[in-house]
Write a protein that binds this ligand. Structure first.
Ligand code: NDP
Length: 480
């Protein structure tokens, strides 16, 4: 059986304990590889390698660091097919999605931060008359920890480690135990690209052991974490007394607000994607759909018809649009929310059942599900499901829909469909989220600040925000 190893100081190694965890293919429900079950001892080895590599890496000229990151980006591109197939086997997402989104974006993450670091400037303030000049040095932090989730495995893993490395830090990183494989394949790419030993160390294993050891390590200076709100809360509680820098990208329950004056056909096509792309397992999916009353009935009919046409199936099939959910426990969680929706008086407009796919009878498939709800405060409309399940309900006024949209504890993103410019500005200002998309969805420019407010997280990733996170500003004041 294929073994997924740790990558420490440029070498592949088993966990010190010699223990292994099973890794499942969600589209078949079968174990197909094993990963190291790392613990605190493995994290310590990774930390020591990173610490040793830091003085040289942090003093490597920016152009050289940038060149190495560009080579990593190019090698990801060259290995697109192999990486996409690995991602699909590990995660259950359609191969077409892994090829067009996940892997290209992992490559772009390295390319973007390879360029961004060459433009990362700091300010100077001259105090005329007082004969002083202040300027800011931006030092890398040292050894930092990056912990990423399973939904966009290589995409989000590289979104953290690329800026961390670009700004001169050495990294101890842990991908999700549920989707370890593409991070493992990245190790070989980093070696081929000439990344010096110890600069990036990848420890595989459970969040509660390996992840916890990274968070509690006394000398790992910062934690960049993407994952669930509960885990983020636990990490914040653990790391705060150690005065670590924390970037937390957490859950979402994002509103998709549709006004009658929208460009209807465009809205409908994008809403199908924003509801069900990646089986609804994107933190930015618009899982709460609010539709202006005058077009509600028409939207309901058209949306249900389009969603019923979505092809659910083996993620390796060319025409598959919805693949398998990532794991059995996650499948059960999603199904339990569909049950809850019925108990709460919701009406199933389509889907709602587990699905058996021919040839993959034990895979974790659920039909894309639309639930019409009566009360925006019901639990299915307030809690993150993170699967192919959306709620819909009508609204009458802007004020009313804003109350509904802002009623959740999350505040990651929102989508607004309207052709009224004034309304789009009013809504953008009033929505309690870190990101607002108007007449589009998942339209990303890597220079923009990315992240949420409320229980969706603390801090921002992307562009110079990420480089600021991974550096410590030092003010120097010179009297002349
Ligand atoms: P989890 O919080 O379960 O896990 C995220 C990562 O943290 C995994 O690598 C996990 O390891 C690790 N981990 C778990 N417990 C600990 C711990 N005590 N200490 C340190 N690390 C730990 O999230 P999921 O993987 O289930 O991802 C889904 C969630 O991620 C959703 O809530 C989604 O909204 C959110 N997300 C947020 C995004 C954003 O940008 N805001 C983007 C994408 C997803 P292991 O897997 O081994 O348990």
């Amino acid at each position: 059986m294929k073994k997924i190893l740790n990558y420490i100081n440029g070498n592949y190694c088993e966990a010190v304990s010699g223990k292994w965890l099973d890794n499942y293919n969600p589209s078949t429900g079968k174990i197909y590889s094993q990963i190291t079950d790392s613990s605190q001892e493995d994290v310590e080895l990774a930390y020591q390698a990173a610490k040793k590599a830091f003085p040289k890496w942090s003093n490597t000229p920016i152009e050289e660091r940038s060149d190495i990151l560009l080579r990593i980006s190019t090698l990801i591109e060259k290995n697109l097919d192999a990486l996409a197939e690995a991602e699909t086997r590990d995660n259950g997402k359609p191969l077409s999605l892994a090829k067009s989104v996940d892997i290209p974006r992992a490559s772009s993450n390295f390319k973007f931060f390879a360029h961004a670091i060459t433009q990362f400037a700091s300010e100077a303030h001259e105090s005329i008359g007082r004969n002083t000049i202040n300027f800011t040095l931006k030092h890398p932090l040292g050894v930092v920890g990056c912990i990423s989730p399973w939904n966009l495995p290589l995409y989000l893993f590289t979104w953290k480690i690329a800026p961390a490395l670009a700004s001169g830090n050495c990294v101890v990183a842990k991908p999700s135990e549920i989707t370890p494989v593409t991070a493992f394949l990245l190790c070989e790419i980093c070696t081929q690209a000439g990344l010096p030993k110890g600069v990036l160390n990848i420890v595989q294993g459970m969040g509660s052991t390996a992840g916890h050891a990274i968070v509690t390590h006394p000398d790992i200076k910062a934690i960049s974490f993407t994952g669930g709100t509960k885990t983020g809360e636990h990490i914040a509680r653990t790391a705060a007394p150690m005065f670590k820098k924390l970037s937390l990208e957490l859950g979402g329950k994002n509103p998709n607000i549709i006004f009658a004056d929208c460009e209807y056909d465009k809205m409908l096509a994008v809403t199908v994607k924003s509801s069900f792309a990646n089986q609804g397992q994107i933190c930015l999916c618009g899982s709460r759909i609010f539709v202006e009353k005058s077009i509600y009935q028409q939207f309901k009919t058209d949306f249900v018809a389009k969603v019923k046409q979505l092809k659910v199936g083996n993620p390796f099939d060319k025409d598959t649009q919805i693949g398998a959910l990532v794991s059995k426990p996650h499948l059960e969680k999603v199904v339990s929310y569909i049950q809850l929706a019925k108990e709460e008086g919701g009406t199933l407009l389509c889907g709602g059942e587990k699905l058996t796919v021919n040839g993959s009878e034990n895979g974790y498939y659920v039909e894309p599900t639309i639930i019409e709800i009566l009360d925006y405060k019901c639990r299915v409309n307030q809690e993150e499901i993170f699967g192919p399940v959306v709620t819909i309900m009508p609204f009458e006024t802007e004020e009313e829909v804003l109350t509904m949209a802002n009623s959740v504890k999350y505040g990651l993103s929102a989508t607004v469909w309207t052709t009224n410019l004034n309304r789009s500005m009013r809504m953008s200002k009033a929505l309690e989220t870190g990101i607002v998309w108007v007449n589009t969805w998942l339209n990303r420019d890597l220079r923009t600040p990315f992240g949420g407010i409320k229980n969706s997280g603390v801090g921002r990733e992307g562009g110079f925000e990420a480089l600021n996170f991974f550096t410590e500003p030092k003010n120097v004041c010179i009297k002349y």
